[in-house]
Design a protein around this ligand. Structure first.
Ligand code: ADE
Ligand code: ZN
Length: 335
């Protein structure tokens, strides 16, 4: 498409990418061999790199994807595994024109396999520091609580996070929630978010991806300042007006929505409706190693389906800077 060069050169901010979602089939097999981790033997998808990559072409829904996502991350063992994974993402993001990245990570499933919280945070944080130093990328780590696990597990992690001082140190910049949407109670992290709000900790939440717009209103009620995905916001025009009025950013992931069958095509992602309603959004990759598309491919897919003008793209890119969780000085550098 004609805007490819323009989109490649457009300074981008990424707000929705899971570092564990950057684990490619190649790296899964490489780390499994290096770390002596046995991949599931009862699933033919794990027979080879090619079989695994091929299975990723057929996710039935969010939970089907999450199964592979949580199996895959079992190969991560040492601090350097986490650091290398983050670095691999930042290198690719840099090549795609990302200048600022806010990245999610999911400690609970790693902790359940015996990896200490400190190892996970140290590794990912090392990758972030290297990106700042060597690529000039600014980075922020966002810790996610998982909706498919018991609330008690999230509470334990939250206590660990508070005790670590990682927020005060700036090692972790905010909190989010992710994993299965429909099923667990919409407000399962009410207490954690109430406590975090009191401490002025930045909060985001995955909502309105597979779930309807009431998942979004509940997330906002609990204190989320941003909504990850949020495409089902269009089901509720009043809520949409409120999101626009209150300047709540949606971190939209168009290719992810297609791959997880939340929509039939990128054309169905309500990009135009959000633009027209004044709803701010950024365009992101979510789990690029699983969906076969990093951020630039997401920008290009949106362009092919929605044909935005150069001016509209400038607005999208500027909104992404303005709504990033960074200082005004850093915003000025990015604008
Ligand atoms: N974790 C990783 N990717 C996710 C997604 N798209 N939705 C919910 N949880 C996730
Ligand atoms: Zn996500």
């Amino acid at each position: 498409h004609p805007l490819h060069e323009f989109l490649a050169g457009l300074p981008k901010c990424e707000h929705h990418v899971h570092l564990e979602g950057c684990l490619t089939p190649e790296l899964i097999f490489q780390l499994a061999a290096r770390n002596g981790v046995t991949l599931p033997t009862d699933d033919p998808a794990f027979a080879s790199i090619e079989a695994l990559a091929d299975r990723y072409e057929r996710f039935a829904n969010l939970d089907d994807f999450l199964h592979y996502y949580f199996e895959g991350m079992a190969v991560l063992q040492s601090e350097s595994d986490f650091a290398d994974l983050a670095w691999a993402y930042f290198l690719k993001a840099h090549a795609d024109g990302v200048h600022h990245a806010e990245v999610f990570f999911d400690p609970q499933v790693h902790q359940d396999r015996g990896i200490p919280y400190e190892t996970i945070v140290a590794g990912f944080s090392e990758g972030c520091k290297r990106a700042e130093r060597e690529l000039g990328l600014s980075t922020k780590l966002i810790l996610c609580f998982l909706r498919h696990l018991p609330v008690a597990s999230a509470n334990e992690l939250y206590e660990k996070f508070l005790a670590s001082g990682d927020y005060e140190k700036g090692t972790i910049h905010g909190l989010g929630w992710s994993s299965s949407e429909v099923g667990p109670p919409k407000d399962m992290f009410r207490e954690i978010y109430a406590s975090a709000r009191e401490k002025n900790i930045r909060l985001t939440a995955h909502a309105g991806e597979e779930g309807d717009s009431t998942y979004i209103s509940t997330a906002l009620e609990l204190g989320a300042q941003r909504i990850d995905h949020g495409i089902n916001l269009i089901q509720d025009p009043e809520l949409m007006k409120r999101v626009a009025r209150e300047n709540i950013l949606l971190t939209v992931c168009p290719v992810s929505n297609v791959k997880l069958q939340c929509v039939k095509s990128v054309a169905e992602v309500p990009i135009r409706k959000f633009l027209e309603a004044g709803v701010k959004f950024s365009i992101n990759s979510d789990d690029p190693a699983y969906f076969g598309a990093y951020i630039l491919e997401n920008y290009c897919a949106v362009q092919e389906a929605h044909k935005l003008s150069v001016l509209e793209w400038r607005i999208v890119a500027e909104n992404a800077v303005q709504e990033s969780w960074i200082s005004n000085e850093r915003k000025a550098e990015l604008l």
